[in-house]
Design a protein around this ligand. Structure first.
Ligand code: HEC
Length: 139
């Protein structure tokens, strides 16, 4: 009698030990396709946004001017030139000024205001690029 019970118990032990192992193997086989499928669907999508990357093909000097503006002017004139402690700098807001007056403001600053003079830190080309930026391109 006891030998039969031991035999039955051995079978159960084998089932209890191997059962979970088989289930783990089965799960491992099922999961990878779930992970690879999103990648497989994610890969075909990049071709769609391809026509979009056409961000303003500005001449290099103007791109630099944008970077320069971001680092040196945006604190006072706003990241999008919307104005802050300094006035708005857009083609519309500067329409009343000539290029020469804008250049003078940048080169010599505005005495008695926070607007600093940039003539010692910018080349003529860089100032011209900044004038192009603030006077002839919309933010
Ligand atoms: C510390 C603050 C500050 C910084 C930095 C600054 N500005 Fe100004 N800016 C001013 C202020 C204030 C005025 C207004 C001066 C006035 O009342 O005449 C001004 C005026 C101007 C004007 C004349 C606008 C107008 O309508 O009369 C121009 C152009 C200008 N800034 C360009 C720039 C550029 C380009 C830079 C970066 C190279 C720059 N500013 C950096 C504060 C600043």
């Amino acid at each position: 009698m006891s030998a039969i019970i031991i035999n039955i118990m051995k079978k159960w032990v084998i089932l209890v030990l191997i059962g979970p192992l088989l289930m783990m193997l089965a799960c491992q086989e099922v999961e990878p396709p779930n992970f690879t499928q999103p990648e497989a669907t994610a890969q075909p999508s990049p071709p769609n946004p391809e026509p979009v990357p056409a961000p303003m093909p500005l001449p290099p000097s103007l791109t630099d001017a944008g970077e320069f503006f971001f680092s040196n002017c945006a604190s006072c004139h706003g990241i999008n030139r919307e104005g802050n402690v300094g006035p708005v700098l857009t083609p519309e807001s500067l329409a009343a000024l000539s290029d020469a007056e804008v250049k003078d403001a940048i080169l010599n600053g505005r005495r008695g205001t926070l607007m600093p003079a940039w003539k010692d830190s910018l080349t003529d080309e860089e100032v011209d690029a900044l004038i192009q930026l603030v006077r002839y391109t919309s933010p």
